[in-house]
Design a protein. Structure first.
Length: 195
């Protein structure tokens, strides 16, 4: 019998640390995936995990939304795990799905409701993203875009104005079109390097 703790986040820049901490004392192998939970097709780690399951194995997830962000996929994933003779534990919500056991109707409806909320939450996020992109395209909002990096020439000019010419940080920032906090940071860096 093997125990697999399935951890999932949606993007590469997210981290599974919170889920890893949740399972740290529970034992079992950690299986991580950085993919959207919108469907099972685009989740190779979970599909491989299910394919390799043996009877008696246990798959754990911290919550229903780590398993799926779709009601249909959530039920399909449970079905596939149980068909392998393995057990699925949703530890954060105290749910256990055991193969060949009569389904608990309360647990089944709770699972479906949580999966529906996960699907709804994903739909709301996607809608907000679409609205934000539309606002940027229409010119209503400006995209912050990439972080601006300042040339050496600009940095030297700002520092000369503040340190040599006695200009205040606020006035130097206005003159060069920089945030005052950026100018303050530049000046602080130079002063600390001189000490």
């Amino acid at each position: 019998m093997a125990i697999y703790n399935y951890l999932r986040v949606s993007t590469d820049d997210q981290d599974c640390a919170r889920q890893r901490a949740f399972f740290s004392e529970k034992g079992g192998e950690i299986v991580e995936e950085k993919r959207s939970g919108k469907d099972l097709v685009n989740r190779p780690v979970l599909r491989q995990l299910i394919a390799n399951l043996q009877a008696g194995d246990i798959v754990r997830a911290a919550s229903v939304d780590r398993i799926a962000r779709s009601v249909i996929d959530a039920h399909e994933i449970v079905r596939q795990i149980l068909a392998k003779g393995a057990t699925l534990e949703i530890t954060g919500q105290n749910m256990v799905f055991v193969p060949d056991a009569e389904s608990n109707p309360i647990q089944k409806v709770t699972f479906t409701i949580l999966a529906a909320f996960a699907e709804f939450e994903r739909a709301v996020v996607r809608e907000r993203q679409a609205q934000g992109y539309a606002a940027i395209r229409s010119g209503v909002h400006k995209s912050k875009g990439r972080k601006q990096f300042h040339t050496q020439k600009t940095i030297r000019a700002v520092l000369d104005d503040v340190l040599q010419n006695g200009l205040s940080i606020r006035k130097a920032a206005e003159k060069h079109g920089l945030p005052a906090a950026t100018v303050q940071y530049m000046v602080k860096k130079v002063k600390s390097a001189r000490v």
